[in-house]
Design a protein around this ligand. Structure first.
Ligand SMILES: Cc1cc2nc3c(=O)[nH]c(=O)nc-3n(C[C@H](O)[C@H](O)[C@H](O)COP(=O)(O)OP(=O)(O)OC[C@H]3O[C@@H](n4cnc5c(N)ncnc54)[C@H](O)[C@@H]3O)c2cc1C
Length: 754
């Protein structure tokens, strides 16, 4: 076919008009999760992303590992991995891509979106205009350079997840850029001019060993004198990607409109650094290395933050304030950087953690003056200081899930974002696996498991966390973190090895705030003299009456020349921590804070990652009973206050849960929530995870009706939550039959039936 067009007048772009119920601008992790969540709730979504793949800073274009409240396991937020959709994505990524290949993460996000029939995805399409009447956005205009098409997308609801807030900006939504004064929100961490008011951009690079010498000629624009970079001594030849987060620049500039200039400066630094590594003679180990990849899109940290009906502050984070409209949470440190970035003499970041996770209220997730505009990602309503914590990508994604569900709630009840019924939204979110810490609400009336009597073939009690041959030297404090029921604490026996007589100090600690895992309260302590020997048992009766069901720390303090026995047992809701420092996210083992900073000093107690992470071997008299079938009906799908799990007895050959209804119920689906170790951070790229499948995850089970007929069979599962369609019918009984493979009896947090 030949097209000859001699027309000499004006031409216009191909123009397509689309309608949706929710338009999401920006396909970073926030926009992607808002879109999928809404689509799964039945909302027709158009998702507009100006780049070729999804993921934003988590994509292969930028290559940041997405993280959230787990904070690399470097703070005291136990079992804090975000729930619901973003958990599903991270678990899937860990299964498919434990090596952290960024391309695989791109593909996973693309697959997840393409599986949703309710999503129209526009890639390579940039929003550049908005039609706003009074306080309502009517449509947005976007252009795709790949198909030379202009789009107008109309919908009753919009979500800005674009990072810089292009839609909010064009629509006239109130925003802030830069740091608040200390006085405005009483924030001790509010930075001064010298530190700077904005975080800059960064560009990463990867190198590769080619097996033979490779020469390098730097481009003319590369930085000539690395002496301009105060921290250049930190460079080494073998690091790559996320290790270079501190090659940061632009915090003194307009981080929206000066982005291209900032990128050139970062390229200048990166190519100059590589020149130094290759040609200075200081890095002979770099001889065979070549630059494999340099980012072409800078990772942006900060620009506009939009104002909602509430502005989250430092005090909300540090004091872990409760909000009636909590829909999500955060748990990364308040992580601020000097605006001069790589050219600063100051530490590349200040990171101050809270003693536990903090709630994010719904009022931060919509614009205060544009009535149909949701906010998602780093632009949510927070101060500069609070943004230092909320900005990490898994937190962004988790908040955005709340936006997706809120959009569905708006459409169901024909309301604008501000008028959403919060209880309905919270129930909707819990149904999809959202974790809202410290949420205390009535059970979900649509969950028919609440009406059932749940019985079980057995329940595990723990007489001992059995001793292996392994021991650890007591060169720092170790502590078993375990749930106890109200009443007298069992006697705890641990096992020590020493070549000479020694005194071991044992402590019983708790967190001063319920739900936290910062052991800042010493409830009791004891000293025991042990004789020289192997695995010498020390019985500790703290004579402590637990006033409530809660987590306690059984701590063993350091003593030279003594080691304590470990266990290979991996148990739901029980872990062992050491008191120490994780250098990636903390400056020392004890968070020490400047006066009047408004943050708290406390000790970090950190589990080690598998495979190193092992429990202390401890015997309980009487046995610990941390698991109960009653847990299956409460609203938590992870340990908090108690294990919240049912676990079958280790010797139960046919573990089984049975749900019985007095009156037969019409059922269509069953959701089961399993243990994929919410303590394990699932960094999305670059990090190599030791397992594809989490050790306690139930792999195989069947669901049968009252006559024992199998309705469905699940095998090879590795996901946290599974929703299984049942043949729609009236049921008075459902049996869930598990396998016991010997090592890991089934562990279940929750059953939801609809
Ligand atoms: C160097 C660096 C290190 C960091 N370290 C970490 C870390 O270790 N872990 C972590 O979790 N977080 C980290 N962060 C923070 C985190 O990356 C950001 O806060 C986060 O990406 C914000 O998510 P978002 O979805 O709001 O924005 P983004 O990830 O930026 O996504 C926004 C998307 O919107 C698209 N978009 C923009 N404008 C338009 C438009 N006009 N039309 C259509 N689409 C548009 C963009 O292309 C982008 O894909 C880091 C940030 C930087 C820069």
């Amino acid at each position: 076919m030949l097209i000859i067009d001699n027309h000499s007048g004006e031409r216009s772009l191909k123009h397509l008009e689309l309608t949706a119920e929710l338009t999401v601008v920006g396909g970073g992790l926030a926009g992607t999760c808002a879109a999928i969540q809404a689509a799964r709730e039945g909302v027709k979504v158009v998702l507009i992303q100006d780049r070729p793949v999804l993921g934003g800073n988590a994509s292969s274009e930028v290559r940041l590992w997405a993280l959230g409240a787990t904070s690399h396991m470097g703070n005291n937020n136990r079992w804090a991995r975000e729930g619901g959709l973003i958990d599903e994505i991270c678990v899937e990524n860990t299964y498919r891509n434990p090596e952290g290949n960024p391309l695989m993460f791109d593909v996973l996000l693309l697959e997840k979106v393409k599986l949703e029939e309710n999503i129209t995805l526009l890639l390579n399409t940039a929003v550049f205009d908005a039609d706003t009447v009074d306080d309502e956005i009517k449509s947005v205009s976007a252009f795709c350079s790949q198909n030379s098409t202009q789009y107008t997308i109309s919908s009753p609801l919009f979500c800005d997840a674009s990072g810089d807030g292009i839609l909010g900006f064009l629509a006239g939504a109130a925003f802030r850029m830069g740091a608040e004064s200390k006085e405005e929100f009483n924030e001790g961490m509010a930075p001064d001019e010298g530190y700077g008011h904005l975080l800059g951009h960064s560009i990463y690079f990867y190198s590769k060993d080619t097996g033979k010498p490779v020469s390098y000629t730097a481009p003319a624009f590369a930085l000539k004198d690395l002496g301009d970079i105060p921290k250049y001594r930190k460079f080494d030849a073998k690091s790559s990607g996320t290790a270079f987060w501190w090659i940061e620049y632009g915090g003194r500039l307009d981080t929206v409109h000066a982005t291209e200039d900032i990128k050139w400066e970062l390229w200048k630094v990166v190519y100059g650094v590589w020149n130094h590594i290759k040609n200075s003679g200081e890095f002979p180990e770099a001889e065979n290395l070549t630059l494999e990849w340099v980012g072409t899109v800078p990772g942006k940290r900060e620009s506009r933050r939009f104002e909602g009906d509430y502005i989250l502050t430092q005090n909300d984070i540090v004091q872990q304030n409760r909000h009636d409209d909590a829909v999500s949470y955060g748990g990364w440190a308040i992580d601020l950087h000097p605006s001069d970035g790589v050219y600063s003499e100051l530490d590349a970041c200040t990171q101050y953690h809270s003693k536990g996770v903090y709630q994010v209220p719904y009022r931060c997730l919509y614009s205060k003056n544009i009535s149909n505009l949701f906010l998602a990602g780093r632009i949510i309503s927070s101060t500069h200081v609070a943004f230092g914590s909320t900005r990490v990508m898994i937190s962004c994604a988790h908040n955005a899930q709340a936006v997706g569900s809120a959009a569905a709630e708006c459409l169901k009840s024909n309301t604008m974002p501000r008028d959403v019924n919060i209880l309905d939204l919270q129930h909707r979110l819990l149904r999809s696996g959202q974790y809202i810490p410290q949420l205390d609400i009535a059970s979900d009336p649509s969950d028919l498991a609440q009406l059932a009597t749940i019985s079980t073939s057995s329940t595990q009690s723990i007489e001992s966390i059995s001793m292996s041959d392994e021991r650890v030297d007591l060169n720092c404090p170790y502590g078993l973190i375990f749930p106890v029921s109200k009443g007298r604490l069992p006697i705890l026996t641990s096992y020590f090895t020493s070549e000479k007589e020694a005194t071991v100090e044992l402590q019983l600690r708790s967190a001063s705030k319920a739900g936290n895992y910062t052991p800042d309260t010493i409830l009791a302590s004891q000293s025991h003299t042990i004789q020289a020997g192997e695995n010498v048992a020390v019985r500790a009766d703290f004579e402590y009456d637990c006033p409530i069901d809660q987590y306690l720390f059984f701590c063993i303090m350091p003593v030279e020349g003594v080691s304590v026995s470990l266990s290979n047992d991996v148990l739901t809701g029980i872990t062992t921590a050491y008191h120490g420092q994780h250098k990636a996210v903390a400056k020392s083992a004890v968070q020490t804070v400047p006066e009047e900073s408004g943050v708290e000093s406390f000790e970090f107690w950190l589990p080690k990652r598998r495979k190193q992470g092992k429990n202390l071997a401890v015997t309980f008299e009487p046995a610990l009973n941390p698991y109960s079938v009653e847990h299956l009906k409460n609203s938590y799908e992870r340990p908090i206050h108690q294990s919240n799990a049912w676990v079958a007895a280790a010797d139960d050959q046919s573990p089984k849960l049975t749900l019985n209804w007095e009156n037969p119920q019409k059922l269509s689906s069953l959701t089961i929530c399993l243990d994929t170790d919410m303590d394990h951070p699932m960094e999305t790229v670059q990090w190599v995870h030791p397992e594809r499948i989490m050790p306690l995850c139930v792999r195989k089970f069947t669901i049968a009706n009252e006559s024992g007929n199998i309705l469905t069979e699940v095998s090879n599962n590795y996901q946290t939550r599974l929703t299984i369609d049942l043949p729609i019918a009236e049921y008075s009984t459902l049996h869930i039959n598990f396998e016991n493979d010997g090592d890991t009896p089934p562990s279940v947090f929750k059953i939801i039936v609809n």
